[in-house]
Ligand binder design. Structure first.
Ligand code: TPP
Ligand code: MG
Length: 684
């Protein structure tokens, strides 16, 4: 077989595997894999530095399939390259990541070929995609990560982190706002290790894009400051390769390749129509397509053995050599720069350096207290000095979020200062969240910050951080009505409960400065879970921990802060965040009046739910039915902890624009009210 014939055979194998898998599953997206098989073939077999034997080797090139519906492209190429599986402990398992059997069971339970690419489920998937726009936005974080890692760890003669990030995307990704936010940021930062390849096929689900999407996309990306290239024929693999070489040579800006393609390429009745997008071609059409490709019409899931060999000689050989060279280089690097090498090892395993929590503050009792965001700022500045690879930033609210790293040498991340640890996301909350996910994927510990209310603008990426099991950190300040005069547009009501509903996301709302410290102590040790911190704008009294229980109770999600004298409570006040001190005030009055009250500080439902039943029952004894929960947020969901006979003092409406004191009065967050509600509940 000639080289050209082998290329074509490999491309058609990707196409027909995709077609057969979708037909077998009776669901899926055949058209785009048929069109983009030549691109994916060229990228993987000719260009990418990726060793199928070790899909987590740190200096590998990254591939992101942002149009995740075309997942069969990825399953095909992971299978054909013989990419090996790794487990959650980063051990290589020796078995294939995606077997032919997985492909036969495309979209079926437990198959390693699910409907969309899933990080943490299939080795070789660099980020979860499917919600359009997320993949490309996350790739910007991966590119920032590459720049930061290179700046910190590369040394003359030791290019330890030198990889490229390729993201494939379609019209859907290009229409989504998050892609625009992210592209604008990437252009500003001049991320030249980043290459997006846009599948320009003029087709989305509702038909031709002339009904929705007619902008000049080349002009748009030129405007962002990207290098824009065009390949007029998605089947021209030499031109594709050439454009990727131009990308590799382009310095100082990211590259955008517009690839003109035909969805459902080779299908006589479906090519260039939306009918090729999201449904099986049908047995009759498949025969016609296979005939067109010169493929045996009745063959199913056919992989000619020459194709395995061809991938092995291409990416297999090139990847093994590249990784071998890197391992050698890293060995010498370890000799010369042992401390840096240790950092890289720890980071790769999501471990923390020794003494990472040294010098964390202990806040003295103080009735005036300190704002949650202020305490957070102090903690962040210590952690960022203790943990070299801990960094982050805000979406233009750093002065309000108190997230600026102010110590000497912290620096700002910019195109000409890629070692900076203060990231500036601009007013791009959604891209920020996707970007910090991309940094987490790059094994950097990263945080993103904004007002709690604007967590809504970041939510799709927060959800994905949980789905991907990434230890991303979201710092949200102005967590309740502390924003007073700004009014209901800026006062979160339903955000807490809606984030609590995301599986695997740890949401913490600390009640005073020492709970902030303990919240960070807990969060920093997470390896596979993201966390949201909801912090107050206004000062909160720092509780006297000699009198009340230690703040280390945060690690249990909820703990008995103050108990009835002699134990055996008849009433439980449960509160989080700014309402903890309010509960304590009410408690003191109730106790004086002879009520056997207990205060439970409950900064995190999620952590509490993971405690043993014994512990949970010790904090909230089932026989104590008189319970009052106090939280400046939606009352929704609190029934779970207060039961049939309890009451919630919370928000039933939006807030209002007024000074905080007046709002507290209007909405009932005052000691008098808590005391009277408590008595009502007790009297029931
Ligand atoms: C955020 C989001 N909205 C909607 C969808 C549903 N959806 C999946 S594919 C698709 C059309 C995408 O068109 P395009 O990116 O051009 O893909 P092509 O059909 O060309 O492969 C839509 C609307 C989605 N996956 N994510
Ligand atoms: Mg399209």
């Amino acid at each position: 077989m000639t080289k050209e014939e082998l290329d074509q055979l490999s491309i058609n194998t990707i196409r027909t595997l995709s077609i057969d898998a979708v037909q077998q599953a009776n669901s899926g997206h055949p058209g785009t894999p048929m069109a983009l098989a030549p691109l994916v073939y060229t990228l993987w077999n000719r260009v990418m530095r990726f060793d199928p034997e070790d899909p987590i080797w740190p200096d590998r090139d990254r591939f992101v399939l942002s149009n995740g519906h075309a997942s069969m492209l990825l399953w095909s190429v992971l299978h054909l390259t013989g990419t090996k599986a790794v487990d959650a402990e980063y051990e290589r398992l020796g078995e294939p990541s995606v077997s032919l059997d997985d492909i036969r069971h495309f979209r079926q339970l437990d198959s390693k070929a699910p409907g969309h690419p899933e990080y943490h489920w299939v080795s070789g998937v660099e980020t979860t995609t499917g919600p359009l726009g997320q993949g490309v936005a996350t790739s910007v974080g991966m590119a920032i990560g590459q720049k930061w890692l290179a700046d910190r760890y590369n040394r003359p003669g030791f290019e330890i982190f030198n990889y490229s990030i390729y993201a494939v995307c379609g019209d859907g990704c290009m229409m989504e706002g998050v892609a625009s936010e992210a592209a604008s940021l990437a252009g500003h930062l001049g991320l030249d290790s980043l290459c997006w390849i846009y599948d320009n096929n003029y087709i989305t689900i509702e038909g031709n894009t002339r009904i929705t999407f007619t902008e000049d996309i080349a002009a748009r990306f030129l405007g962002y400051g990207w290098n824009v290239l065009r390949v007029g024929d998605a089947n021209d693999i030499d031109r594709i390769q050439q454009s990727l070489e131009v990308f590799a040579r382009t310095k100082g800006r990211p590259t955008f390749i517009i690839l003109d393609s035909h969805i459902g390429y080779g299908s006589p009745n479906k090519q260039d129509t939306s009918a090729a997008h999201g449904e099986p071609l049908g047995e009759d059409e498949i025969r016609l397509v296979k005939k067109n490709y010169g493929w045996p019409e009745d063959a199913k899931f056919l992989v000619p053995k020459e194709v395995y060999a061809h991938f092995s000689e291409g990416i297999g050989t090139r990847g093994a050599q590249a990784r071998g060279k890197w391992m050698e280089l890293f060995g010498a690097y370890r000799e010369k720069y042992p401390e840096l090498a240790t950092e890289i090892d720890q980071m790769q395993r999501r471990e923390l350096p020794a003494n990472w929590d040294r010098g964390l503050p202990l806040f003295a009792a103080d009735p005036k207290g300190i704002a949650g965001r202020e305490a957070s700022g102090k903690v962040l500045n210590i952690l960022a000095q203790n943990i070299p690879w801990f960094l982050g930033g805000s979406a233009d609210l750093a002065p309000s979020n108190k997230t600026t790293l102010t110590y000497k040498g912290a620096g700002s991340f910019q195109a000409d200062s890629p070692g900076g640890k203060n990231l500036h996301f601009g007013i791009r909350e959604h891209a920020m969240a996707a970007t910090v996910n991309g940094l987490s994927i790059s094994k950097i510990r990263a945080f993103g910050a904004t007002f709690f209310i604007f967590s809504d603008y970041a939510r799709p990426a927060i959800r994905l951080s949980a789905l991907m099991e990434l230890p991303t950190i979201f710092i949200f300040t102005h967590d309740a009505m502390g924003d007073g005069e700004d009014g209901p547009t800026h006062q979160p009501v339903e955000q807490l409960i809606s984030l609590r509903a995301i599986p695997g996301l740890v949401t913490i709302r600390p009640g005073d400065a020492n709970e902030v410290v303990e919240a960070y102590r807990y969060i920093m040790q997470l390896r596979h879970e993201p966390a949201v911190l909801a912090l107050s704008r206004q000062p909160l009294p720092t509780l006297d921990r000699a009198k009340y229980a230690a703040a280390s109770g945060v690690a249990h999600g909820a703990y008995v802060l103050a108990d009835a004298p002699g134990g055996n409570p008849e009433l439980i006040l449960i509160a989080s965040g700014s309402e903890v001190s309010l509960a304590v005030e009410a408690y003191e009055r109730l106790v004086k009046e002879g009520v056997r009250a207990r205060v439970v500080s409950m900064p995190s439902w999620d952590i509490f739910e993971h405690q043993t039943p014994e512990y949970r029952n010790s904090v909230l004894p089932p026989n104590v039915k008189a319970r009052v929960a106090i939280e400046q947020g939606s009352t929704f969901g609190w029934e779970r902890y207060i039961g049939e006979s309890g009451r919630v003092i919370g928000m039933h409406t939006f807030g209002a624009s007024a000074p905080l004191k007046e709002l507290q009065k209007k909405f009932g967050f005052e000691p008098d009210r808590v005391v009277s509600v408590a008595k009502e509940v007790l009297a029931r």
